[in-house]
Design a protein around this ligand. Structure first.
Ligand SMILES: Nc1nc2c(ncn2[C@@H]2O[C@H](COP(=O)(O)OP(=O)(O)OP(=O)(O)O)[C@@H](O)[C@H]2O)c(=O)[nH]1
Ligand SMILES: Nc1nc2c(ncn2[C@@H]2O[C@H](COP(=O)(O)OP(=O)(O)OP(=O)(O)O)[C@@H](O)[C@H]2O)c(=O)[nH]1
Ligand SMILES: [Mg+2]
Ligand SMILES: [Mg+2]
Lengths: 290, 273
């Protein structure tokens, strides 16, 4: 684990008059492997290592009796800064405000739609759920069951395309006086041009105030490409990381933050509709460091 | 360029680093990528071919699926949430139906919203039949019921779908162990195969997933899904290296025909320039 490995290096460096560049590079090599092991994308890992190196060559390490500890702290701070972003509430200023959920197949969008609905109802909002997933068997039924569980209205959009269904659902939500409409979409791969075109059309059709990427926390190196492509398609306003209860290190979170600058808003911590928390950057940084 | 050991490198330093980067970005793992490239370079005439051969040799030898001489072939499908179990079962059922075999599927995911409804659509499309119980029923009871019926009515194939679960959930892992035990209770030589479905875009967490599931369910093979996406599935190399489980099939899309046998050579080629 990184903290143990760095602990060893810190121990070796204790009381050294100064940290040589060789010692520092040895430390950075260990850090690099640990970050890759935590599924931080390679380009992001490189960026973090050069940043840590730069700060570590500064005065604070040279003066310290515990240079190893200082280097670890520099990395921890770099991670927390990257993940920190501006913490703001969801933009629910329109009536109805549409929250668009998008992401890969099986990421947890439909379940997250239910969780988000429950959270917002708890904040006193009048919420409706709708799905434009016409591909996956029983996708809309799944969301209808969840709507029942969290006691919100399910709106069945009508139309021959996902965009048309979405538009009709937004109109209906407006007529029924909802504050928020959560829009669940079909899972898609970023290399599927036709489906990426579809999500662009859906986003353009509904003018969503929040466009959230739902990403599985155990995603590997491709989290970078996934975040970039969805950002380019829908101009993401945030990300929700799911299945963090799988004891994942969660390096995918760094890839999202680094490539899009978009904040991670919530994390899914289980299968039930109440397994949903506000994202905590410090805690995530700690997990990635192991 | 000379490398320690005295052999002459066929590729430049930069070319080797690019190859290593490629392996890392394909989710092979930082340490494994470094070791593979290092070993390939040390071999006489370090070349991409040497690397390719060492990667192919890491893949487990393909043993035949444990098909029984008589009675139903029983397959248990397990894995983490959302990896593609239910869809994969639709594809496997279709494959067996196309071979003229009768297929019975047990809907042992009794928890998730519309799980049984989703499976029912796939079973119908595959031309197979399904056993289900009421929502919230004990998954082990559904599995038992399905096996019994499969044996009594001479089905050729019985497939049990289970709920997704994370390997860190003690209660759900115990439940899975119980499902497996009960299957054996219903039919002693079953399950003949236990396949874990792994999402092809997963990172290094897949190692812990396979480790824990194998401990609890006795995994005998893997299916890697969503390889039609941006994920190259390099995690397969890591899993082969550590567990030696055969990769039976790969999923390459959301339709019934999107199932292919795993081709080790093609897979390794896709990870290299
Ligand atoms: N353990 C755990 N499971 C989760 C979490 N979020 C979702 N799931 C599960 O992940 C699986 C997939 O969730 P879905 O909501 O169907 O995913 P989806 O993105 O809508 O899938 P598609 O519509 O097929 O793209 C289900 O079994 C969910 O119960 C989470 O935070 N933790
Ligand atoms: N692109 C692609 N999508 C796939 C593949 N296999 C499954 N999917 C999709 O992944 C999503 C999840 O599939 P499911 O079959 O519901 O996964 P599961 O493991 O049964 O999920 P839970 O039962 O909720 O744990 C669905 O949208 C499937 O269509 C594949 O090979 N490629
Ligand atoms: Mg869905
Ligand atoms: Mg399923």
């Amino acid at each position: 684990r990184l903290s143990e490995k760095l602990g060893d290096i810190a121990h070796k460096l204790r009381g050294a008059a100064r940290v040589s560049e060789a010692d520092l590079d040895a430390t950075l090599r260990e850090m690099r492997l640990a970050l890759l092991e935590a599924d931080v994308a390679l380009p992001v890992t490189r960026h973090l290592m050069s940043e840590v190196r730069e700060r570590a060559l500064g005065a604070e390490v040279a003066k310290s009796l515990q240079p190893g500890q200082v280097i670890i702290k520099i990395l921890n701070d770099a991670l927390a800064d990257l993940l920190g972003g501006q913490r703001r509430d969801l933009d629910l200023s329109k009536i109805p405000s549409v929250i668009l959920l998008c992401g890969l197949q099986g990421a947890g969008k439909t379940t997250t739609a239910g969780k988000l609905a429950r959270l917002l109802v708890g904040q006193g909002k009048k919420v409706a759920l709708t799905s434009v997933d016409a591909t996956r068997p029983a996708a809309r039924e799944q969301l209808q069951v969840l709507a029942g569980q969290v006691d919100v209205q399910y709106i069945a959009g009508e139309g021959h395309s996902a965009a048309a269904m979405a538009r009709s659902a937004v109109k209906q939500a407006g007529r029924d006086g909802h504050h928020v409409l959560i829009l669940d979409t079909a899972g898609r791969q970023v290399v599927d041009d036709e489906l990426m075109r579809e999500i662009r059309e859906v986003a353009a059709a509904v003018g969503a105030t929040e466009r959230l990427l739902v990403l599985d926390a155990m995603t590997g190196q491709t989290a970078l490409q996934i975040a970039e492509q969805f950002h380019s398609a829908v101009n993401m306003s945030g990300c929700i990381l799911t299945k963090t209860d799988a004891d994942v290190r969660g390096g995918a979170a760094l890839s999202v933050a680094h490539s899009t600058g978009v904040p991670i808003r919530y994390v899914g911590t289980g299968e039930k509709v109440d397994a949903f928390e506000l994202f905590d950057p410090q805690r995530m940084a700690g997990r990635i460091l192991g | 360029q000379l490398v320690p050991g005295g052999s002459v490198d066929a590729l430049s330093e930069e070319e080797w680093l690019d190859i290593e980067d490629g392996l890392i970005m394909a989710d092979c793992g930082g340490e494994l990528a470094g070791e593979l490239v290092h070993k390939a370079r040390k071999r006489r005439g370090g070349s991409v071919q040497a690397l390719k051969e060492s990667m192919i040799s890491m893949l487990p030898e393909v043993k035949a699926v444990n098909m029984p001489e008589s009675g139903p072939f029983v397959l248990l499908v397990v894995g983490v949430n959302g990896t593609g179990k239910t869809t994969t079962i639709g594809k496997i059922a279709t494959m067996f139906r196309q071979q003229g075999r009768s297929v019975l599927v047990g809907a042992a995911d009794t928890f998730r919203a519309a799980a049984v409804e989703q499976l029912a659509v796939w079973v119908e499309r595959a031309g197979a039949e399904m056993v289900r119980q009421h929502e919230g029923a004990d998954p082990a009871a559904v599995a038992f019921d399905t096996i019994q019926r499969g044996v009594a009515r001479n089905y050729d194939v019985v497939i049990i779908d289970t709920a997704g679960r994370v390997q860190t959930d003690r209660g759900l892992m115990d439940e899975l162990a119980k499902v497996r035990r009960v299957i054996t209770k219903a039919y002693p030589e079953a399950p003949h195969e236990v396949w874990q479905v792994v999402d092809g875009g997963t990172g290094q967490n897949a190692v812990m997933q396979v480790d824990k599931f194998r401990e609890v369910a006795g995994t005998s093979g893997l299916v890697v899904t969503k390889l039609d996406g941006s994920g190259k599935g390099g995690i397969v190399l890591q899993l082969s290296h550590r567990f030696g489980l055969p990769i039976r099939y790969v999923g390459v899309g959301e339709s019934l025909e999107d199932l292919m046998a795993f081709d080790g050579e093609a897979f390794v080629t896709s990870l290299l320039p």
